[in-house]
Design a protein around this ligand. Structure first.
Ligand code: KG4
Ligand code: ZN
Length: 345
């Protein structure tokens, strides 16, 4: 079964064709990130305008790269929530129109479930049935992005229980805000992790908010960001030396990773999972991957998306999630209502 996926929830206009939820036939991404790097964050109006310009050529290219005609496509999957509402509307309206014209079933996909299914993409081998059952449940997934930060217990396909989430900033958002404080540009994750390589992670003793027992799997990164701000203010950033930026980057990164890894490992033990998956933009972070592997019991497998490009926003993950959702629940017949906030269910 071949699904066309469409993703426009933030600043990436993306389309992809994926076979049986696992084999990526094409994966096209047009990003307006360069425009947002000038403003230090995504400007919703600018993102929406770029989606309108990009969406048709991106879909055409995804179809061309995959060597597919409309008659080869079995269904269309589109991100409907959460995200920037004007951006979501463009993807959803486009998908609805294409589904109507070409008489295809339409599958509304939750963006976070898309990130979760990024781990199923291109897992190797030619046997598509085998690929789709490559993991044993239950799986614990840490979804860490600019806009979301959840610990999800996955008991089967599209059987999600959110056991923890952020009470304020998401991990990626914290990287982006700290990069802004340090004048390092946007997005913050890649540049902070690069600067951290030359810094001392113990130079600054930033807080590691683990929270009380009622919140043991929830996260909170805004206090950490404020602690970095206080340090930056004291340093009078205008004159800050390069080594100080490296040290702040390394100390901040180490605090975020400690919190993420410790809660993840604690939950993996409590829920007796077979595997842990990292997903979302921050799962590209090499030190996070290494730290989680070191702290996780040897009998629990650890996975992150097969390619870097599947960590950040893309449409192949949307097509994959759509495939498994379609197997379970079929297509949506009623009108799709995009939503900026909807939790994962
Ligand atoms: O999943 P994603 O593309 O978009 C959202 O759905 O939000 O994630 C983007 C986030 C940004 O906040 C970016 O700073 C972060 O992922 N990120 C990283 C790294 N690469 C991207 N954070 C830490 N380390 C990285 N290497
Ligand atoms: Zn995302």
């Amino acid at each position: 079964m071949k699904i066309l996926g469409i993703e426009t929830s933030c600043d990436e206009t993306a389309a992809a064709v994926v076979e049986n939820g696992t084999k990526v036939l094409s994966n096209v991404i047009a990003s307006s990130v360069d425009m947002h790097s000038q403003t230090g964050g995504v400007v919703p109006e600018v993102a929406a305008r770029e989606h309108i310009i990009q969406i048709s050529p991106v879909i055409d290219k995804a179809m061309l790269d995959a060597g597919t005609e409309w008659s080869d496509i079995d269904a269309i999957a589109v991100t409907y929530a959460p995200g920037l509402i004007a951006s979501l509307l463009i993807g959803v309206n486009t998908a609805q129109t294409l589904a109507y014209i070409h008489k295809k079933p339409l599958i509304p996909v939750h963006h976070v479930s898309g990130h979760i299914y990024a781990n199923w993409l291109d897992r190797g081998g030619d046997d598509l049935d085998l690929q789709s059952s490559v993991f044993e449940f239950p799986i614990l997934v840490l979804t860490i992005s600019g806009g979301h930060n959840e610990l999800v217990l996955m008991k089967g396909h599209h059987d999600f229980e959110v056991i923890g989430e952020t009470l304020d900033d998401a991990a990626g958002e914290a990287f982006d805000k700290v990069a802004r404080l340090l004048n390092l540009g946007f997005p913050g994750g890649p540049v902070i992790s690069k600067r951290a390589e030359s810094g001392d992670p113990s130079a600054y003793d930033f807080p590691r908010p683990m929270l009380d027992k009622d919140n043991k799997y929830n996260f909170s990164f805004s206090g950490l960001k404020s602690a970095v701000r206080r340090e930056v203010d004291e340093c009078e950033m205008g004159n800050t030396k390069s080594e100080i930026i490296d040290d702040i980057s390394a100390s901040f990164q180490s605090a975020v990773i400690d919190v993420l890894a410790d809660k993840l490992v604690m939950a993996a033990d409590e829920f007796g999972v077979k595997a842990v998956h990292l997903a979302g933009g921050v799962s590209a972070n090499q030190l996070l991957r290494k730290t989680v592997r070191e702290r996780l019991s040897d009998n629990i497998e650890l996975f992150w998306p097969e390619k870097m490009i599947y960590c950040t926003d893309n449409a192949a993950m949307v097509a994959s999630s759509g495939y498994f959702q379609y197997q379970k629940k079929g297509a949506q017949l009623e009108k799709i209502e995009p939503s900026s906030q909807k939790p994962l269910t």
